[in-house]
Design a protein. Sequence first.
Lengths: 188, 188
Amino acid sequence: MARPKAFDTEIALDAAMGVFREHGYEGTSAEMLLDAMKIGRQSLYDTFGDKWRLYQATLRRYCQLEGHGHVTALRGQDRAFDGIRAMIDRVVADPRSPCLGVSSACEFGQTKPELDAIKVAADHVLRTAMVARIQEAQADGDVSPDLQANEIVDFLYASFAGIRIAARSGADHPRLEALGRTTLRALR
Amino acid sequence: MARPKAFDTEIALDAAMGVFREHGYEGTSAEMLLDAMKIGRQSLYDTFGDKWRLYQATLRRYCQLEGHGHVTALRGQDRAFDGIRAMIDRVVADPRSPCLGVSSACEFGQTKPELDAIKVAADHVLRTAMVARIQEAQADGDVSPDLQANEIVDFLYASFAGIRIAARSGADHPRLEALGRTTLRALR
DNA sequence: AAGCAACTTGACTGATCGTTCCAAAACAGC
DNA sequence: GCTGTTTTGGAACGATCAGTCAAGTTGCTT
C-alpha cells in the first residue's frame, strides 16, 4: 500500500455533478471541474479517466441518487396516491438545480450509447416502482382506471422534465406548484 | 452599389438553426456552421456578427416560426378545444427535431438576459392567443372551469417541453401520441 | 528507519476554439 | 471597359481546449 488519496472520491464526484448540471458537458472545461472539485489535474485523470468518463460517472451517480429519492418519496406514504404526490412535490420543491438527465438528453439525444445504457438501467428500477404504486392507486380509486400505468409513468417523466425546464426558465415557486397540481389532477 | 451576397440570409439562418438545435450552442463550432450554411468564414462574421449574435438570431427566428405555427394550429379549427388539440398534435408530430427554446433553457437557464428577452417577447404573443382559446374552450364546456387559463398555458408549455425531451430520448410515435392524449385529457 | 508506491503539482503538448487580416475575385454603376 | 465597393476564401491570430509528462511529496509497509 501507499499514500491514500487526499480527497473523497464521492464528494469530488458530487462537485463535478454540480458543474455539469449547471453548464452541460460541452460548456464545462477541465479548469472549471478542477476548481469545483478542488483536486489537481492529474488526480482527476488518474481517478476518473477523462472528462467524458467523468461525465458518465456523474450521470450514473445522479440517476442513482435521483432514482432513490423518487422511490423513497413514492413509498413514504401510506396511500399510494399520496406517494405519487410526494414524488411530484419533490420535483417542485427542488429549487433550481437543473436535472442532469434532462440536460444530457437535450445535449446528446440518443447519440451516445453509453449514456442511453445508464438511463435505461435507471429507468427500469424507477419505472417498476412507479407502475406498482400507480396500480395500487388505481385500485384505491384515486387514479383513473382509463389510463395505462406505463403511459402514466411516461406522462410523469415528461411532466418532471417540463417542470424542471420551467424552473430553469425562471418560473417561481407558486407557478411550479400549480404545475405540480395540474399534473397530479391529470391522473384522476 | 456593389457585389450582392451570393447566399440567402434566411436560408443560411435556417441552416445554422438546424446545427444549434442538434448540438446546442457550446457543442457547435464555427466549422460546423460554415459547412451547414455553405458560406465562407468572413461572410458569416460580416453578416451575423459573431457566433453568439448568430445564435440569438436563430433563436429569434425559431421563436417566430414556432409561435406562428402554434397560433395557426390553435386558430385553424372551429372548436377551440380542437385548436388546442391541433397544437398538441403539432408537437407530437414534429419528428425528432429538438426544440431550440428548450435546449437554450437547459444550456443557459436565465443567465443570458438577451435570450430571456427573446423568449419573453415570444411568450407574450403566444400566451395571449392561448389564453383566449382556452377561455373559449371553457365557455364551450370542453375544458374544466376549475383551471385558470394562465396555469393551463404553463402546463401546456411544460408538457410540450416534456414531449420534446421524450422524443429526443428516443420515445417512438405511439408513446408520444399517448403523451399528447394524456396532456389533452388533463384539461377536461 | 528505510524504501517504495501512490498521490500531487505545475509546466507543457498539439489540437481546436472563435475571430481577424489580407488579397483576390465578383459585380454594380458610369 | 473601367472604377469602386463588397464579398469571398484562405492563411493566420492569440486563447483556450482536453490531456500528458516528469518531478516532487506524502504516508503506508516492512
